[in-house]
Every structure is written in structure tokens, then in C-alpha cells.
Design a protein around this ligand. Structure first.
Ligand code: SF4
Length: 77
């Protein structure tokens, strides 16, 4: 989710995903923090706020997360 969308709370505050929103973890410093200041170019190039909870997002195989913590390449293919 964090790679393609944002979460917006009822006050307009932006988070990288709904997990971050529930943890009261806003977007990275230097990025617009409110929907009124939204700028897609800045978000496309900006960092994503992450934490230990991201491991619970099952690294690209979980609910809505399209991210990956580690990329594994199999030599058996
Ligand atoms: S990896 Fe998952 S929990 Fe972490 S920021 Fe991305 S969507 Fe949110």
C-alpha cells in the first residue's frame, strides 16, 4: 500500500498506509503532511515511513502491501 497510495485521516493528515495512520505515524519529514498541500511529484520521490510493524505486513505478500523488505532470487528456476 505504501508504495502506491496514502491514507488520509478525518482531519486531512497524511500517512503512508493505514497501519501507520493507526500508529499516529505521519509521512516523512519534509513531505506535505496534510491533504490540502498534497503534491504527487514530491510523494513519488519521497521516503516512506517504516517501522518494526512493517515486518507484520509480510513483505509484499500481505494484505494490501506491495512492498518488499528483501528481494529473494532463486537459483533453482
Ligand atoms: S510496509 Fe506495510 S506497514 Fe510498512 S509502511 Fe508499507 S504498507 Fe505500511
Amino acid at each position: 500500500m505504501c508504495r502506491h497510495t496514502l491514507s488520509v485521516d478525518w482531519t486531512g493528515r497524511l500517512s503512508d498506509c493505514d497501519f501507520n495512520q493507526m500508529l499516529d505515524l505521519g509521512v516523512a519529514a519534509g513531505l506535505p503532511r496534510h491533504i490540502r498541500d498534497f503534491d504527487p511529484v514530491r510523494f513519488a520521490a519521497g521516503p516512506i515511513q517504516t517501522g518494526a510493524h512493517c515486518f507484520g505486513c509480510t513483505a509484499g505478500a500481505g494484505s494490501s502491501c506491495g512492498g518488499s523488505v528483501v528481494s529473494r532470487v532463486s537459483s533453482e528456476q
